[in-house]
Design a protein around this ligand. Structure first.
Ligand SMILES: *Cc1c(COP(=O)(O)O)cnc(C)c1O
Length: 396
């Protein structure tokens, strides 16, 4: 009998709508790139994709995927350890390790799974996990699946991290866990200091590089490159679903014994399907392109600098980003929604975020810059922001 649950769900859904928190999906009918077409007929510039390097519709990746469909077929119909491993999977794992300067890699269907399956096989009730307060939902869920003691430190606050490490000295093993780039402010975790504290207090470190890989560091190797700790971090997780082509797939890369143990015990790896060869082949191609040239990373960095500088000159209040995420601060929830709606009418697709996604009174529009953007796109976006900013009284 569905009746009771149905009535309950209908009321809950109405409550979500009444609170203005209901998420609607906009429907795109073109490939993911700078200029996209919506099912409403609108053509808009996309400033809210994680397509940082503009690879989501890259012809070379599409070709690599197409070729693998011919050579290796469509699906694997198996988890990795039964009959879901091809030469392509092994090759991509080696490429990921080469890119991050690590010892070995294990692939997952998504980084959500990588984070969900990393803690439970490695840590038990005698151990401690010390986690940044703004870590991604998948890290929080992964920690919940494991019996280790939990400690939380304020976002990127090294004094608080040190205090938590001191309390956690009583445990057998300790791990500090942090996002590389935090997705709402675009700030980075101070990896040099985190590594120092980890050494001082005998802890290992895990970084989630989902928003930083391909983006942060001169050659896009992530926060370990930016802070000169390449090869010194025990565990890195990441996604193929953002800068790295944007399709699907996640990974954990790091010390070889850790990866070996995950292959034996990590539940999303053991009990979930292997990623399809076409996606794996495109991933290999992507890492080959990344090692030949830094053209896309360079373009992303210059686009981000250009956008930041011009928006500041226009008078907007921006968070001091260290990534390709730029938070345009508006502080008021309704204003953030009105602003984003007005921008869409101007042909700019961005999203306004407000409580509970960000703290109360910290409403903003999040802009994500891409190497797919040309200067004309950036100029059009800045002009639209300026026009709407004046109309809504944000700019004088
Ligand atoms: C996007 C994201 C994930 C999830 O990655 P998927 O591969 O899409 O599952 C995990 N962690 C962080 C920090 C992310 O930004």
């Amino acid at each position: 009998m569905y009746t009771n649950l149905q009535v309950f769900l209908q009321k809950e859904l109405q409550d979500i709508k009444d609170a203005g928190l209901y998420k609607n999906e906009r429907v795109i009918v073109s490939p993911q790139t700078a200029e996209i077409h919506l099912n409403t007929g609108a053509e808009v510039l996309n400033f809210c994709a994680n397509n940082y390097l503009g690879l989501s519709n890259n012809p070379k990746l599409i070709e690599a995927a197409r070729e693998a469909l011919t050579t290796h077929g469509y699906g694997m119909s198996s988890v990795r350890f039964i009959c879901g491993t091809t030469d392509l999977h092994k090759k991509l794992e080696a490429k990921v390790a080469e890119f991050f300067g690590t010892e070995d890699t294990i692939l997952y269907a998504a980084c959500f799974d990588a984070n969900g399956g990393v803690f439970e096989p490695l840590f038990g009730e005698d151990d401690a996990i010390i986690s940044d307060s703004l870590n991604h939902a998948s890290i929080i869920d992964g920690v919940r699946l494991c019996k280790a003691a939990r400690y939380r430190y304020n976002n990127a606050d090294m004094a608080d991290l040190e205090a938590q490490l001191q309390i956690a000295q009583k445990h057998r093993h300790r791990i500090i866990v942090t996002d590389g780039v935090f997705s709402m402010d675009g700030n980075v975790a101070p990896m040099d200091k985190i590594h120092e504290l980890a050494t001082k207090y005998d802890a290992i470190v895990m970084i989630d590089e989902c928003h930083s890989a391909g983006v942060v560091g001169d050659t896009g190797r992530g926060v370990t490159e930016k802070f000169n700790v390449r090869g010194k971090i025990e565990i890195i997780t990441g996604t193929l679903g953002k800068a790295f082509g944007g399709a699907i797939g996640g990974f954990t890369t790091g010390k070889k014994e850790i990866i070996e143990m995950l292959r034996q015990r990590s539940r999303p790896y053991l009990f979930s399907n292997s990623i399809p060869p076409s996606v794996v082949a495109a991933g290999i191609k992507m890492f080959e392109m990344m090692s030949e040239t830094t053209e896309l990373q360079d373009k992303l960095h210059s686009n981000t600098d250009y956008f930041m500088t011009r928006m500041q000159e226009a008078g907007f209040d921006l968070k001091p980003t260290k990534s390709a995420i730029i938070a345009v601060m508006l502080y008021d929830a309704k204003l953030s929604q009105d602003f984003a709606a007005a921008l869409l009418k101007e042909g700019i697709y961005v999203i306004g975020f407000y409580y509970p996604v960000v703290a109360k009174g910290q409403a903003r529009i999040r802009v994500q810059v891409s190497a797919a953007h040309e200067v004309e796109h950036l100029d059009k976006c800045i002009a639209a922001f300026t026009k709407v900013g004046k109309e809504l009284g944000v700019l004088k």
